[in-house]
Design a protein around this ligand. Structure first.
Ligand SMILES: O=C(O)CCC(=O)C(=O)O
Ligand SMILES: [Fe+2]
Length: 279
């Protein structure tokens, strides 16, 4: 297997995505005996499209992760990157691979996606104080060359995230309405990504995803969500970690991003690269 890390666009071209046939319907979770989540949390995921908050890392563990991220960000900025440019990080940094494959996180994800799961994405959304960047209302599945839409994002709070420093916000129940129409974001949106769904509140109520550092939320790839600009003096860093059921097919060579984190991938579609040697 090649040891070179392929380079993937964090945000693929809209026209390229439109050419890929995708089944973007919500697939409810049926799991009578969850291992880590409660039956109520499974029901909440099906009804509302998210589960939150779930405590994963202790104060000591998340402090260590935060210190690691601080050093990584310094390195990346010195090389010309920024606080949003660290993506597909599990293919480059062993420490991020370890978080993506952490048993406690994977137990929760597997309760939602089944016994065979790949982890394929890891992207830091680090809002520096007053950096002016928002994340416009969007559905993750709209950005991804994956089908069917059986994918879940774990948002790990590296810093405490709350209304003051612009936590992520969900539109409860919006995962039931299918793939929504969006417009290309305009410069005034100051969007980290490039799609904007208008009038989100017509699809459900806004829920603030306030999390303490070390906690996660999990959301469906069809759930409408976003976040406002961070107008506080506190940083708001989250690590988004993306998972899919192993029977999901990826186009644009995104299968190369996937590592097996639970069970197996009988078809060998996902490349399952080894842990990167450097942290
Ligand atoms: O961190 C944010 O504010 C948005 C992250 C996001 O869009 C996601 O987790 O899918
Ligand atoms: Fe998202």
């Amino acid at each position: 297997m090649s040891q070179t890390t392929p380079v993937f666009q964090a945000v693929p071209d809209v026209d390229d995505l439109a050419r890929i046939p995708r089944d973007l319907r919500f697939h409810p979770t049926r799991n009578e005996h969850p291992r880590s989540l409660t039956p109520e949390q499974i029901a909440q995921f099906n009804a509302q499209g998210f589960v939150r908050p779930v405590s994963i890392f202790s104060t000591e563990e998340i402090t260590e992760i935060r210190n690691y991220f601080d050093r990584l960000l310094e390195r990346v900025v010195a090389e010309g990157g920024n606080s949003y440019s660290i993506s597909s990080a599990h293919l480059k940094y062993g420490k991020v691979y370890d978080i993506l494959s952490d048993r406690r996180i994977v137990d929760c994800v597997s309760d939602l996606l089944g016994e065979n799961v790949v982890g394929w994405g890891s992207h830091f959304f680090c809002k520096m104080p007053h950096d002016g960047k928002s994340v416009a209302w969007h559905q993750d599945a709209s950005y991804w060359p994956l089908s069917p839409s059986k994918a879940v994002t774990v948002w790990l709070a590296i810093d405490d995230a709350d209304v003051e420093n612009a936590n992520m916000r969900f539109i409860s129940g919006s995962h039931h309405v299918g793939h929504l129409t969006f417009r290309p974001s305009s410069p005034e949106d100051h969007n980290v990504l490039n799609q904007t769904v208008e009038n989100p509140e017509q699809y459900g109520e806004i829920v603030n995803d306030e999390l303490k550092a070390g906690q996660i939320s999990l959301h469906s790839d069809l759930l409408l969500h976003g976040s406002e600009a961070n107008n506080s003096d506190r940083r708001r860093c989250g690590l988004t970690i993306r998972y899919a059921a192993a029977d999901v097919r990826a186009a644009m060579e995104w299968n190369q991003k996937g590592v097996w984190v639970r069970g197996s991938d009988a078809t060998g579609h996902w490349t399952n690269r080894p842990r990167p040697a450097i942290d």
